[in-house]
Design a protein around this ligand. Structure first.
Ligand SMILES: [Zn+2]
Ligand SMILES: [Zn+2]
Ligand SMILES: [Zn+2]
Length: 170
């Protein structure tokens, strides 16, 4: 298995992804408690499965992994859990991939835009404020009313960029 095929892009050598998962679950529990919404066992498990790495996961993968944990579930149950997680900003959908990623800053509601690495599939959220302002200005100039937008930019993350650099210099 090559580095880029690993389920989770390890990033820096110090990266312990179990901590990412633990942090995401703890934040979700705190947020749901504060908002008086119910993070049921199913919703929590689906969030955990979305957070299996920093790359987007498809709904069918979540369903399969849910069942691999020896828990019976029907696809609509998982879809409803995903809807709940998206409504609460805990998960985002990558439209161009029809896949889901966990949000790293769910405490502030935001429109999510993404940098997507084509080598390891890692997804990083872009600070959307400036992008939104630019689109609003362009829309005003062209008499267009935006109802919805999502920006998904493909390229190489830092780790993969450095890796390709190493290959070139080898
Ligand atoms: Zn991680
Ligand atoms: Zn987010
Ligand atoms: Zn990468």
């Amino acid at each position: 298995m090559t580095e880029t095929q690993k389920a989770c892009n390890p990033g820096p050598a110090t990266h312990d992804h179990r901590r990412c998962i633990a942090t995401a679950l703890r934040e979700a529990e705190d947020l749901c408690r504060a908002r008086a919404v119910n993070l049921t066992a199913t919703r929590r498990r689906v969030l955990e499965l979305v957070w299996q790495g920093h790359e987007p996961v498809k709904a069918y993968q979540i369903i399969n992994n849910f069942r691999a944990g020896h828990q019976a579930t029907k696809p609509p149950t998982v879809y409803r859990a995903l809807d709940f997680l998206m409504e609460n900003g805990l998960v985002h959908r990558i439209e161009s991939l029809n896949a889901f990623v966990g949000c790293t800053r769910p405490e502030n509601r935001h429109q999510a835009d993404f940098f997507i690495c084509t080598a390891c599939h890692r997804v990083d959220e872009i600070d959307s404020g400036k992008i939104a302002a630019t689109f609003e200005k362009l829309a005003r100039q062209q008499n267009f009313t935006i109802s919805h937008k999502t920006v998904e930019v493909y390229g190489l993350c830092r780790a993969c960029h450095e890796k390709t650099g190493e290959q070139f210099h080898a």
